[in-house]
Design a protein around this ligand. Structure first.
Ligand code: NAD
Length: 320
């Protein structure tokens, strides 16, 4: 099968490319603009690892470049996984335009070509951020969506665009509402890696927002990879959206306590007030993914964090 994966230098895209390349014979084609939202050194290290595989091909360009995208689509893909986007909630207060460019214009360029080239399956990253602040948990896919930042709004817009654009059309589409994905090769702008980096840098100041009272449904990358692979081989009846979450909400302070047990040095934590783009709690229901795609078990948080810390201990230099 010929599979296109966007965002292959990113956290989820890299991990899924690696999974496909090591476990299947599929031809993996990929695109990333290697932007500088976070360490380009980390993105290049991920790509270097993927380039070892002969059935991996990489194209460096921005999805806003329609001409280059059109050229790549001449390859006729069976399936597209779309992970390239401007990620991050807080950055959307600083640079909202980058979300409009990548997540709206880049996204539309991609879906236009998917439709024109009659790609069979399209899986695209949405986010738990589409739900916004909610009081009723666990959040089901049928729950009203009401994002509270530009990032979440672009993801809501992606879901709505797909629904209208592919109505009555043969391409089967699934929007993947990821909830706080973490693990090996993770993102340095996210809490777990920020904390690990401050341990290694022996930083004596670690800022904890909302006085440590945030709760997140942490989802391990190993579970995510397995789900993404299950989607590939499953018959898809209708266009839909699914929560990709572990259904296990955990307070941030508990996560830091588990990590603390693995290291001697503990950064001094400064608790500070709530940041306005954040939501206080995420907790998704994963019954749809369990039922539709037969994913029964999720790796326990302690094991997943242990693996992440062990990986970081061996690879911390990539982050410096
Ligand atoms: N990691 C999470 O917890 C999480 C949670 C919810 C949603 N998501 C979504 O999942 C997807 C993957 O997330 P991630 O954590 O791997 O993020 P990431 O930032 O590590 O990966 C995204 C990659 O896309 C590339 N990119 C961005 N804009 C591009 C453009 N216009 N053209 C080409 N390449 C571009 C970046 O260089 C980056 O390598 C994103 O859409 C993100 O919004 C992630």
């Amino acid at each position: 099968m010929k599979i296109l994966i966007t965002g292959s230098a990113g956290f989820i895209g890299y991990n899924f490319c690696k999974f496909l390349l090591s476990n299947t014979n599929h031809q993996v084609y990929s695109i990333d603009n290697i932007n500088n939202y976070y360490s380009q050194k980390l993105k290049k290290a991920r790509l270097k690892d993927l380039k070892k595989y002969k059935n991996f091909k990489f194209y460096k360009f921005d999805l806003c470049n329609k001409k280059k995208l059109e050229k790549v689509f001449k390859l006729k893909f069976n399936c597209v996984y779309h992970f390239a986007a401007q990620a991050g909630v807080r950055y959307s207060l600083i640079n909202p335009r980058s979300y409009i460019n990548s997540n709206i214009i880049g996204f539309f360029n991609l879906i236009e070509l998917i439709k024109k080239n009659r790609v069979h399956k399209f899986f695209y990253a949405s986010s738990s951020s589409v739900y916004g602040d909610s009081k009723k948990f666990p959040l089901k896919e049928t729950h009203v969506i009401s994002p509270k930042n530009i990032y979440g709004l672009t993801k809501k817009n992606n879901e709505e665009m797909v629904e209208l654009f592919f109505k009555g059309f043969s391409t089967k589409c699934i929007g993947l509402r990821f909830f706080t994905v973490f693990g090996e090769w993770g993102r340095p702008d996210m809490l777990i890696y920020k904390y690990l980096n401050s341990i290694y840098n022996k930083s004596n100041k670690f800022y904890l927002n909302n006085y440590g009272n945030h709760t997140r449904d942490f989802t391990y990358i190993e579970d995510v990879k397995e789900i993404l692979f299950l989607l590939l081989n499953k018959k898809i009846e209708n266009n839909t959206v699914v929560n990709i979450c572990s259904n296990n909400p955990v307070k941030i302070t508990r996560v830091l306590n588990i990590i603390n047990k693995k290291f001697k040095y503990k950064p001094k934590i400064y608790k500070r007030s709530f940041q306005k783009a954040d939501v206080k709690k995420t907790h998704g229901s994963n019954s749809k993914i369990k039922y539709l795609y037969n994913k029964k078990k999720f790796i326990p948080l302690e094991i997943a964090l242990n693996n992440t810390c062990n990986w970081y201990k061996k690879n911390w230099k990539i982050f410096t």
